[in-house]
Design a binder for this molecule. Structure first.
Ligand code: PAF
Length: 325
């Protein structure tokens, strides 16, 4: 079945990234289905049946299929774009539809998910992806593209047959998004982790756009202190670092100066964040390696309080936002 046929994709996690990939895969002529968690979400989607993408120069809509996760029918290619904390429940919800040749691509912020997946779904063929694409959701199934950067795909602990991995990569290339197969995905994941440990929680705490963080000396010093801790842990894990994380984070803050980070958006909507998979992961790694991470610890303590306040303030909106992911 993994010969030269058009792959049929299922996308689970209809947030900004899920909708964006669904749109591009469908534009490439790949049959694409959004998997939704409940009837309310499905009804809402079916009222238009479209995914809409705004970019600086255009507004475009494309019809895709949608169905409930609980439905029957094999899933051959699954792109999982849920939040990190939803990966295991999401995979469990569709486990009855996966078969020995199914391929799953995990595309989340943060780290530590792949290990959990390996443990709970030891037979699963999966690949990891990390992206630099900026996108945010304006309304359900309607997103804004805030910068199309590269996406890197890689094999975690050689979980997947390399020929099959190559084939999946070829399919994704047909989407016309910028995608590379990365033999050393860990280096990319740690780079992204440094970005997610700094820009994301700091913009959420300070309630600002990414670019604001580097307008003050205090902001820059804080970024440096967090990055130094992430870098120490990365080095202890023998991760290749080609440019200091601090420098990389400054560059991303500059390039995405006008964006609101995904964590800022989560806090604004009272949604659970991925902090346990970003700064929480760094702190956990520090404990394992007996390396101190006081700035990340200080940040997560403030952040946890903020997350709780934001969740309480938005309790009434919970039912609405939950069904989307
Ligand atoms: O999660 C995000 O929003 C991204 O990590 C980044 C790079 C901060 C873009 O806003």
């Amino acid at each position: 079945m993994h010969k030269d046929v058009t792959p049929v994709w299922h996308i689970l996690g209809a947030g900004a990234m899920g909708c964006l990939w669904a749109y591009y895969l469908k534009s490439a002529g790949h049959p694409t289905t959004l998997l939704l968690k409940n009837c309310a979400a499905l009804e809402r989607f079916l009222s238009t049946g479209n995914i809409t993408i705004n970019s600086a120069t255009s507004l475009a809509s494309l019809p895709v299929r949608a169905e409930l996760t609980t439905q029957k029918g094999n899933i051959d290619y699954l792109l999982l774009t849920t939040k990190a904390y939803d990966v295991i429940p999401a995979l469990s919800a569709v486990a009855h539809r996966l078969h020995p040749n199914s391929v799953v691509i995990l595309m989340q912020n943060g780290m530590g998910i792949a290990e959990q997946v390996c443990q709970q779904f030891p037979e699963l063929n999966f690949l990891l992806a990390t992206t630099t694409i900026g996108a945010h959701r304006n309304a359900p199934f309607c997103i804004t593209e805030a910068g199309l950067g590269p996406t890197y795909l890689g094999n975690f602990a050689q979980c997947m047959d390399p020929n099959l991995a190559q084939q999946v990569y070829n399919y994704l290339c047909e989407s016309n998004l910028d995608i590379s197969f990365e033999p050393n995905l860990n280096a990319r994941l740690w780079q992204k982790l440094a970005i997610s440990c700094t820009i994301n929680p700091l913009t959420a705490i300070l309630n600002c756009k990414n670019g604001e963080l580097i307008k003050s000396d205090e902001g820059i010093q804080l970024i440096k202190a967090i990055c130094d801790e992430v870098e120490t842990i990365a080095q202890a894990n023998k991760i290749a670092i080609n440019q200091p994380y601090f420098q990389q984070v400054l560059n991303v803050a500059k390039q995405t100066a006008e964006n609101y980070s995904s964590m800022w958006q989560d806090i604004q909507r009272g949604r659970q964040t991925e902090i346990q998979y970003t700064n929480g992961f760094v702190i956990q790694q520090g404990e394992n390696l007996q390396v101190e991470t006081p700035t990340n610890q200080w940040l997560i303590d403030i952040f946890n309080q903020l997350e709780e306040e934001s969740s309480q303030a938005h309790t009434h909106e919970k039912n609405y936002s939950d069904y989307l992911h």
